[in-house]
Write a protein that binds this ligand. Structure first.
Ligand code: DLL
Length: 444
């Protein structure tokens, strides 16, 4: 590592070997020390950060306590796009050893960079995450996140390898082969999006493989929102324990946070990623326990540090300590983003509300699509849901009953009339990565 970069050598406290369990005051001292180093380093090296600080009249020496973080400017995806591709890098290219990128839905991709040290710290977070799920050497993890510019594949891969797990780097897709490998290799853990795992559950059934009889016992699911109702469906169908892993390209990739075996929120590796919750309209910090936009500061990243990066993900910092004994704080599972909220006839609707209510109906399938359109100047919400294969033989009245129950459940939650269309089994698109379930036809 270049000697000019900050490191922990002069920190009043040293990180300990089990950082998740660091005493709180120890953790906060370390966070403050790292924050001060980071701000100084980034101010010197990243023009946009320096300019924004000058606009707000803040200098690195103003950061005297952790709360002073709120003096610093915030950054968004637009800043990454406007400085595409390398404008936010803080180290020379000769020290950058990896790029990743995320295409997003519109416009230019965003590019992120890592030094050797950044990759080491990312791996540390993945190792802590997988260990929190009870995985250790001897486990065989089938990594079905996409390999390539997406952070899921290579990120999980490195951390799992360094923890001593046996990695099957299968990447996404090729579903029949996934099932074969799972069975032949005796895979004990799988990492992929929850929607892809749903697809694997069906594919296994089609191949007459009962996942419940395989050694598979844990799923590391993330990269997209999923509900507790979806978790119950997955766990029942496959007899595994499903863990929620969170992360985003701009901050490092997967491994910003993870559920522990208590499944009561996601622990954030906050000695590396300092979390804040801000009011998305006023940008005022909100106290722990209140819902708002999740904002992260990368306390240790060098190639491309992020300071107060607005994720657009909505969550809550849970103030109570977790009964697992970890001191690092938890956030509530991410059920929505500020930009995936649909406004239908003036009512705010999150896709996760629709998923949760439809899956609360016994017999409903987790394969669905949400279509919003406009007819005669009125917004129309349609939810297409596959009906279970077993229902094929049922009377029309039974199928109609299911349709009515789903419609009622959704309507009760979102307070809006909804048209439920039952689709034939296996007729809606399946995803190999992040699911796209919403089609908004109103602006087309
Ligand atoms: O999805 C990184 C990742 C890979 C996370 C593998 C977990 C597992 P991006 O493509 O940049 O990075 O997308 C980041 O995905 O801001 C959230 O909106 C969403 N997201 C990620 N994990 C979760 C999760 C990766 N567990 C964006 N629950 C984030 C809900 C999630 N949303």
């Amino acid at each position: 590592m270049n000697a000019n970069y900050w490191n922990d050598q002069n920190s009043p406290v040293m990180p300990i070997s089990a950082p998740d369990f660091m005493p709180l005051n120890h953790l906060q001292q370390l966070q403050l020390y790292r924050l001060q180093q980071l701000v100084k380093f980034t101010y010197e090296r990243v023009e946009l950060f320096r300019d924004r600080c000058k606009e707000s009249g803040v200098k690195p020496e103003h950061i005297k306590k952790l709360e002073d973080i709120s003096l610093l400017p915030t950054f968004t995806k637009t800043d990454l796009r406007n400085t595409y591709p390398f404008g936010l890098f803080a180290t020379p290219m000769s020290e950058i050893v990896r790029f990743h990128a995320s295409s997003g839905t519109t416009g230019k991709p965003i590019v992120v960079a890592y030094t050797q040290n950044d990759l080491r710290l990312w791996s540390e977070c993945i190792q802590r995450a997988l260990a929190a799920c009870g995985l250790s050497s001897g486990d065989i993890i089938q990594n079905a996140y996409g390999y390539g510019l997406f952070t899921g594949g290579l990120g999980l891969h490195q951390g799992a390898t360094d923890l001593g797990l046996t990695v099957v780097p299968v990447s996404g897709g090729n579903t029949e082969r996934q099932i074969m490998l799972m069975r032949d290799f005796g895979t004990t853990a799988i990492s992929c999006t929850p929607s892809y795992f749903l697809h694997l559950i069906e594919a296994a059934k089609a191949q007459n493989v009962d996942l419940r009889e395989l050694p598979l016992r844990a799923g590391i699911f993330g990269a997209e929102p999923w509900t507790d109702e979806m978790r119950r469906h997955i766990e029942m169908e496959s007899d595994i324990e499903a863990f929620d892993i969170y992360g985003l390209t701009e901050i490092c990739g997967p491994g910003v946070g993870i559920e522990c075996c208590k499944h009561e929120g996601l622990h954030i590796f906050e000695d590396h990623f300092y979390p804040e919750i801000l009011d998305p309209d006023t940008l005022e910090p909100l106290p722990d326990g209140e819902e708002g936009e999740l904002v992260f500061t990368t306390l240790t990243k060098q190639a491309m540090p992020m300071i107060r990066y607005r994720t657009r993900d909505l969550s809550v910092i849970l103030p109570e300590p977790c009964s697992c004994g970890r001191h690092i704080r938890r956030i509530q599972r991410i059920h929505a983003r500020t930009d995936d909220m649909l406004i239908i006839r003036g009512i705010n609707v999150f896709p996760s509300q629709i998923e949760a209510s439809l899956l609360s109906v016994s017999g409903a399938m987790p394969h669905y699509a949400i279509i919003v359109s406009r007819e005669n100047n009125l917004d129309k919400l349609e939810v297409q849901v596959e009906f279970p294969r077993e229902k094929f033989s049922d009377k029309i009245s039974e199928i109609e009953k299911l349709r009515g129950q789903i419609g009622d459940a959704i309507q009760r939650t979102i307070n809006l009339a909804v048209t439920v269309t039952l689709a034939e089994p296996n007729s809606l698109p399946r995803s190999e990565g992040k699911a796209r379930r919403v089609t908004d036809l109103r602006n087309k």
